[in-house]
Unconditional design. Structure first.
Length: 115
């Protein structure tokens, strides 16, 4: 059974940093690309970043140059380092993986950027 568990969210001031983690189980983690998504209040979920099985990353335009995705295959964990945070980054952040014919999502972690 595939499980994804996010952690690391919280309240941070504008300009601050947070690092999110997503621990995966039930898959051969090193074989899978992983994605980070977010859902701001009253808005649709959007893609933030992807990281391939070999570590190649891609980012949404709104986070390029500020966010960095990475992975530790030994720990079955993917990370999202978020720097220079802005109030518009406030959202629930989810990690996701496609396994077989479906996508699996974690429960999400809340990130609030506010002074």
């Amino acid at each position: 059974q595939v499980q994804l568990v996010e952690s690391g969210g919280g309240l941070v001031q504008p300009g601050g940093s947070l690092r999110l983690s997503c621990a995966a189980s039930g898959i051969i983690f090193s074989n899978y690309a992983m994605g980070w998504h977010r859902q701001p209040p009253a808005k649709q979920r959007e893609l933030v970043a992807t990281i391939s099985s070999t570590g190649t990353t891609n980012y949404g335009d709104s986070v390029k140059g500020r966010f960095t995705a990475s992975r530790d295959n030994a720990k079955n964990t993917v990370y999202l380092q978020m720097n220079s945070l802005k109030p518009e980054d406030t959202a629930v952040y989810y990690c996701a993986v496609v396994h077989g014919i479906r996508a699996y999502w974690g429960q999400g972690t809340q990130v609030t950027v506010s002074s």
